[in-house]
Design a protein around this ligand. Structure first.
Ligand code: HEC
Length: 314
């Protein structure tokens, strides 16, 4: 196989051999750098997307925490037992803050924050099929603390980050266990059918953040095309320049030497090797010039000897 290839290569011109060598390097280089670049860009894009999701998730959790530790105690202590203000509820404030964020800037139109429950207090929080599946996954594997990935929604690619929601404090059950112990004011607003019978430490829903991914992934793809285009262009120019160089400094001078050598070999002693450079090709020209001189001298000597020696009769 190797023999066959080297035999084939031997039949090619220098320019063809060089082009094949450069093409092999070129294709290898393109494939290697393409794979490396794609994975770097992809990693960068995914980190950018997931850090956005994480920031949103943590911000909403901070809002929840603030409501739970600062707002709720202040308000609840001022309310009568049956009185209720949704402003005391962390889920309410998180959703309000997120709605405001989205309303103020159209850039956030494709973002979403949900506390999706199988049995929600606010019917807006009812989990859809996808979210219910996530809740089932969290229930099936209690050790899973986060699930994330990409999915298509309305033709757009989005990244989601989901965490399980469970109730760990019994104080929560005042409003989420049975309607008769819930504040009357809350029942008036939310009714008695949804958001009750929650059990402690059971996965009840999922806190899920979605951020648009299409744009960032598309930017990564564009960067990939631009960089690979530049690399391909550099390689193409390299092959072209290398061929021009080979022609100018090696092939053309060698062809001239060949022409002169052929002329000399047919007896034209006026044909002169012409030295145009001081490199290896120049040395070759010098060597050929010396050889031609020696040849000329040898011929002269031979002629003289032939004239001097009388012809033998035969
Ligand atoms: C004073 C009553 C009350 C208490 C106490 C309470 N909640 Fe709620 N919870 C509500 C109400 C009302 C809503 C609906 C808020 C809305 O409209 O966004 C709600 C909503 C939620 C939601 C969003 C999903 C849904 O059902 O609409 C979660 C999650 C939640 N609560 C968890 C908890 C946890 C965990 C605790 C304990 C730390 C807790 N709640 C304590 C009244 C309460």
């Amino acid at each position: 196989m190797v023999k066959l290839i080297s035999a084939k290569l031997n039949n090619l011109t220098l320019a063809q051999k060089l082009t094949i060598l450069l093409l092999v390097i070129f294709i290898g280089g393109i494939v290697l750098s393409g794979v490396a670049l794609a994975s770097v860009l992809n990693y960068k894009a995914q980190t950018e997307i997931s850090s956005k999701a994480l920031l949103l998730m943590q911000s909403m959790n901070s809002v929840r925490y603030y409501t739970n530790t600062e707002v709720s105690p202040q308000l609840v202590s001022r309310l009568k037992a049956e009185e209720f203000l949704p402003q005391t509820v962390p889920a309410y404030s998180a959703n309000k803050v997120f709605d405001k964020l989205r309303a103020d800037d159209s850039d956030y139109a494709d973002y979403s924050y949900r506390e999706a429950m199988l049995n929600p207090t606010n019917i807006r929080d009812k989990s859809d099929d996808f979210e219910s599946q996530l809740v089932a996954d969290f229930r099936n594997n209690i050790n899973t603390k986060e699930l994330q990935g990409f999915r298509f929604l309305g033709g757009k690619q989005i990244f989601y980050m989901a965490r399980p929601i469970s109730v760990t404090a019994s104080s929560c059950l005042r409003c989420h266990s049975t309607p008769d112990i819930a504040p009357k004011g809350m029942i008036q607003l939310y009714g008695t059918t949804n958001g009750f019978d929650w059990k402690l430490n059971e996965v009840l829903g999922t806190q899920i953040v979605s951020v648009p991914a299409s744009q960032i992934l598309q930017k990564a793809r564009q960067s990939f095309v631009v960089v690979m285009g530049i690399v391909a262009m550099v390689f193409a120019v390299t092959i072209l320049m290398a061929n021009l160089w080979l022609k100018q400094y090696i092939i053309r001078p060698i062809k001239k030497i060949v022409l002169v050598a052929e002329a000399v070999s047919t007896g034209d002693m006026n044909a002169d090797f012409e030295k145009t450079s001081n490199d290896e090709v120049g040395s070759l020209v010098e060597a050929f010039t010396r050889m031609k001189l020696s040849l000329a001298m040898a011929i002269k000597k031979f002629e003289r000897n032939r004239k001097a020696t009388p012809k033998s009769d035969n």
